[in-house]
Design a protein around this ligand. Structure first.
Ligand code: PLP
Length: 224
């Protein structure tokens, strides 16, 4: 079973109890869990995302430098957990490619070695602070223009229902595109995403401000 919390696209988080239930099911029904956890560090205020391996070590967890160190262009991921599963993964992977370039691996090792305690090291917490400011700005601004949206506790995404009066994610997105704003329609993630859109906090606050002004035009323009 593949699980991903904190979740892309919804920003949903998993409690330790939820992970325990998943691990208990895995034991009862004899399956393994791949816990895809690239947003483990993108947590806000005092929220800490649990690792599945804190609960049960018979599974694997994967993470990625793209998110943890904001090294999106240097694609490097890693897996930790059960020895036999890792060994199988290693065997398969060695037949697929010849590995991530060594200079990237060295940079990632340096980054991971910054973890000296349970706390996020400064090189990571400084990045997360930037995303937290963007999250706070975006969610407040959306609420200010009448688009009720909650703050996610984690991830670099803001997942929200389409504004009142809109009935279809894609149609709403098209109106925004005409104003030069691109969001991801919830349906891009599957049929259950209908009625939702996903914002990515990957732009600086100045750009988000501009986007909000244009969104305001689309959802409130006629009323003003
Ligand atoms: C849930 C999840 N897993 C994995 C990845 C892949 O990360 P990368 O290929 O950049 O290492 C992403 C990237 O968006 C993601 O959202």
């Amino acid at each position: 079973m593949y699980l991903n919390y904190p979740n892309n696209p919804t920003g949903a988080i998993a409690t330790k109890e939820f992970l325990k239930e998943a691990a208990d099911n895995a034991e009862d029904y004899n399956f393994i869990i791949v816990y895809d956890n690239p947003y483990s560090e993108y947590t806000y205020e005092d929220y800490v995302a649990p690792s599945l391996l804190q609960i049960d070590q018979n599974h694997i967890e994967i993470n990625s430098s793209s998110k943890m160190f904001c090294m999106t262009g240097f694609r490097c991921g890693w897996a930790v957990g059960d020895k036999d599963i890792i060994s199988g993964l290693r065997k398969v992977k060695s037949h697929i490619d010849s590995g991530c370039p060594v200079f990237i691996q060295k940079a990632v090792i340096k980054g991971l070695n910054e973890y000296k305690s349970g706390e996020k090291p400064i090189i990571v917490s400084d990045i997360v602070k930037i995303y937290e400011k963007r999250r706070d700005f975006l969610v407040k601004s959306l609420n200010d223009i009448g688009w009720n949206t909650d703050k996610p506790k984690a991830t670099l995404y803001v997942w929200t229902h389409i504004p009142e009066g809109e009935t279809n994610s894609m149609e709403f997105i098209k109106k925004l595109i005409n104003e030069g704003v691109v969001l991801t329609p919830g349906t891009g993630f599957g049929t259950y995403g209908e009625g939702f859109v996903r914002f990515a906090l990957t732009q600086p606050i100045e750009k988000l401000k501009e986007a909000i002004e244009r969104i305001d035009l689309v959802i409130n323009g006629k009323k003003k």
